[in-house]
Design a binder for this molecule. Structure first.
Ligand code: SF4
Length: 429
């Protein structure tokens, strides 16, 4: 076993928690993966990846059977002629977009998504987007962002996409008399969005969601906007919203009964909702979530769990499994630790927990082996080898694809951890 060599151990700014910072080989998907959930959310958007056959294969395999439908994503393949400079990649791209938009008139928003190959040949997709937008607006807006896997992790694709959309959002009226409005930021499954919409309506809080389901329904923003992040991986989007005058409401993320309550409470408090009203609206769903979680807690309590850095959901998940399910945290790895956005989460973690940021995969695997956790949350690339060594794993990406936020999903989220443990127990029996 190789020794653990922390490159830098530092105290968390908010909670004085030691953080093991590592740099080395990483095992993560790239930002193109976000297209899978983003294209389901914005129903008249199209994602055109400008990349290689590898990018096309990644998308097709991540999207599974979607390929039989007419998908709202595709890959414009950069081939050898483009790479050798024998063809003008911009001309080729214009032709592809022209063909696509004439065949698919329902598209209202087109994203040109950069990849490792487009970055390597320095294809300027932002100029291409400006040029194509001028040609096709107002019917179609064309934007660009990068989903490249160079130094990024897979949830950053959503962050880059939403950050590219922020400058396009209409300006909200700025008069002091204008009512503030709440904006929930981050892609949520429609079923979860509908539940939050209902709860905020009962609380009397005017709410919009970003991204919206339709390109023509973009929320207006300005200094009257208060926003709640629904996902912990939206640092660039938050920065872009701040620069438009919107104000972030600090809160834990809406995972589990406790996280959902604190998250809703942050929104309710900013809009002057009374304690009594908050109790009336949330008491029922909270109770339902608690009793559904009690069954899962009986299965998971005191089981140990190890998080490899992957989705950036690790810290909120660790808070949920330790506080609401009684699980023991052996290590909580995250690709990036955004101390400001995670401040409320860090405050809820048990003291002494081992946090790590970044990855040196070999060293982390050694630590995982030596701690022999009951369950490991990791990327697909690590899951099979760890299973072969007798460890029980959960794919981190499943936690992003599955509706897990809110009261009604709290027990489903817990079940994502109990299911693989049960399977392992049955196999061992
Ligand atoms: S963007 Fe890069 S990492 Fe992602 S599939 Fe394409 S080549 Fe691979």
């Amino acid at each position: 076993m190789s020794p653990v060599i922390p490159l830098r151990v530092e105290a968390s700014a908010c909670q004085d928690m030691p953080v093991l910072r590592e740099r080395g080989q990483r095992e993560v998907f790239c930002g193109l993966t976000g297209i899978i959930w983003l294209h389901r959310k914005i129903q008249d958007a199209f994602f055109l990846v400008v990349g290689s056959r590898t990018c096309a294969h990644l998308l097709q395999s991540a999207a599974g059977v979607m390929i039989f439908a007419e998908p709202r994503f595709a890959t414009a393949i950069i081939d050898e002629r483009d790479l050798a400079g024998l063809a003008d990649a911009n001309e080729e791209l214009d032709k592809v977009v022209q063909r696509l938009l004439s065949r698919r008139p329902e598209i209202k928003l087109l994203f040109l998504v950069g990849s490792c190959p487009s970055e390597v040949i320095k294809l300027d997709l932002s100029r291409a987007a400006t040029r194509l937008s001028a040609q096709f607006s107002p019917q179609v807006r064309v934007l660009n962002y990068s989903g490249s896997g160079i130094e990024t992790t897979f949830t950053q694709g959503e962050d880059a996409c939403l950050a590219a959309l922020v400058p396009e959002l209409p300006r909200a009226p700025q008069a002091a008399a204008e009512q503030p409005e709440l904006l929930v930021v981050g892609t949520l499954a429609d079923v979860v969005e509908d539940q939050f919409q209902r709860l905020f309506a009962e609380l009397g809080v005017p709410v919009r969601f970003f991204p919206p389901r339709r390109a023509g329904d973009m929320p207006a923003i300005g200094p009257q906007t208060r926003y709640l992040l629904a996902q912990p991986f939206l640092a660039d989007t938050a920065r872009a919203l701040d620069s438009r005058g919107a104000q972030r409401l600090a809160a834990p993320f809406p995972l589990g009964e406790e996280g959902t309550t604190a998250w809703l409470k942050a929104g309710a408090s900013a809009f002057g909702v009374s304690e009594q009203r908050f109790e009336q609206v949330t008491a029922g769903p909270r109770e339902r979530a608690r009793s559904a979680l009690a069954r899962q807690r009986a299965l998971l309590s005191s089981k140990s769990i190890f998080f490899f850095p992957d989705s950036q959901l690790e810290i909120p998940l660790a808070r949920f499994v330790s506080r609401e399910l009684g699980m023991r945290l052996t290590e909580v790895g995250t690709p990036y630790l955004h101390r400001q956005h995670l401040s409320e989460e860090l405050a809820l973690l048990p003291s002494g927990v081992q946090l790590s940021e970044g990855q040196h995969v070999e060293q982390q695997i050694d630590r995982c082996r030596s701690s022999r956790p009951d369950i490991v949350v990791c990327g697909l690339g690590l899951a099979n080898p760890l299973e072969a060594e007798g460890l029980t794993t959960k794919w981190a990406i499943e936690l992003v694809f599955t509706p897990i936020q809110g009261y009604e999903q709290a027990a489903d989220l817990a079940e994502l951890f109990s299911r693989p443990l049960n399977r392992r127990l049955r196999l061992a029996a």
